[in-house]
Design a protein around this ligand. Structure first.
Ligand code: GLA
Length: 380
């Protein structure tokens, strides 16, 4: 059976993957992803951590593990065919079990910050774990990045599942979350998230991969050119909590609507850059009404590698690794200095539960939270 052009377009955009995977074999645009499972070590209680290597035979090889549902490595070729790993992280499980800044992890239940670790829902005030000054960051002390997830191989990838009990880190509702990593025919690492709860709650899941398109451990990202399709961003206070304003990027160092080197304006005398120690802000994505749309594109002029981020989420946290300080030694024992990677964390806006004007992060009991993000690497 042949698929029509519209369907083919949807496949390219990474939509309806299951159907694309099936039909692609009939059209010749095959998406035969090899999934290889290996042990990545054991936790202190003896539980085995498995790492899954996903490769589509077209240049993208991603490794993901069930501890933290972490993306451990993403290998992509450059314009001359040189393949390197473009995400920061560790060579072995022990690295990930030490304190580290969420390398490659799924963060939840609430990615980014909740002001004063407090919010009201259905007339009740909830206090969640405060772990970042007076605020709550990335789901609390034992967020989803520290969870041991169940794993199941699926066509073209692997599905991870975790549960979080009612009251875990202060959040209401028994929550079940699933994260599925698949590799698409067009060199995308696709992440599908779902979650359900038995009580009304708030959810905001994201992936915290640190990208360096020259290769992890290979210098700073200041010369990478960044494009973010956003006319506005959410300015923050000193605790990096949004003030509530949606500020136009026009005429500010936050205007990335045209590709601009990350380092071109990062040291400008700008209050918001000072508060963030660089870029560590949420951009309000220009939504065009589709579902999974291009949100950002990064280009490394040295190697020609390009990363495109597509999402259905309203925001993206562009973070320039300002808190990296060389104290963490990653893969190959290499220290990761400040600004040696950037993150593009697709998300709902930080502190949304305390901003009724922001798109809502509330998940009603019995309903399904469902979102998709794709990190895609067009040929360099
Ligand atoms: C996010 C936050 C940053 C920082 C990193 C983790 O990007 O916005 O402020 O907490 O995570 O180090």
């Amino acid at each position: 059976m042949l698929i029509n052009r519209r369907q083919a377009g949807a496949c390219l955009a990474g939509l309806a993957l299951a159907a694309c995977g099936k039909k692609s074999e009939e059209t010749g645009a095959t998406n035969t992803v090899k999934v290889n499972k290996e042990s990545f070590g054991k936790l202190s209680d003896g539980r085995e951590v498995d790492i899954y290597t996903l490769s589509n035979g077209k240049g993208l090889v991603a490794r993901v593990m069930n501890q933290g549902a972490i993306v451990q490595s993403v290998k992509v070729p450059d314009k001359s065919g040189n393949v390197v790993d473009v995400v920061l992280g560790f060579d072995n499980l022990d690295g990930y079990l030490q304190k580290n800044p969420y390398f490659g992890a799924i963060v939840g239940r609430y990615g980014n910050r909740i002001g004063s670790g407090k919010f009201a829902l259905d007339g009740k005030t909830y206090n969640v774990v405060v772990n970042d000054g007076k605020n709550s960051l990335h789901g609390g002390n034992i967020g989803f990045d520290k969870k041991y997830w169940g794993a199941r191989e699926v066509p073209n990838g692997v599905e991870f599942t975790t549960t979080s009990a009612d009251g875990d880190q202060g959040y209401p509702g028994n929550l079940t979350a699933k994260v599925t990593y698949t590799v698409t025919p067009d060199n995308g690492l696709r992440i599908d998230y779902t979650a359900t709860s038995d009580k009304d709650t708030v959810v905001n899941l994201t992936n915290h991969s640190y990208w360096n398109l020259s290769g992890q451990g290979n210098g700073l990202i200041l010369d990478h050119e960044m494009m973010i399709d956003a006319d506005r961003f959410t300015p923050v206070d000193a605790g990096l909590i949004p003030t509530g304003e949606l500020k136009p990027v026009e005429g500010t160092p936050f205007d990335f609507r045209q590709p601009t080197a990350i380092g071109a304006r990062i040291n400008e005398d700008n209050e918001q850059l000072k508060l963030g120690g660089g870029y560590d802000h949420n951009w309000v994505l220009n939504r065009k009404g589709g579902s999974v749309e291009l949100a950002a594109r990064a280009h490394d002029p040295k190697t020609g590698r390009v990363l495109e981020v597509l999402t259905d989420q309203p925001g993206v946290q562009f973070y320039t690794g300002n808190f990296l300080d060389g104290s963490v030694k990653g893969k190959g024992g290499i220290a990761y200095p400040k600004r040696s990677a950037f993150c593009l964390e697709t998300q709902h806006f930080p502190d949304s539960p305390n901003h009724p004007d922001f798109p809502s992060t509330e998940l009603k009991a019995g309903q399904e939270y469902k979102t998709t993000t794709i990190f895609r690497f067009p040929a360099a």
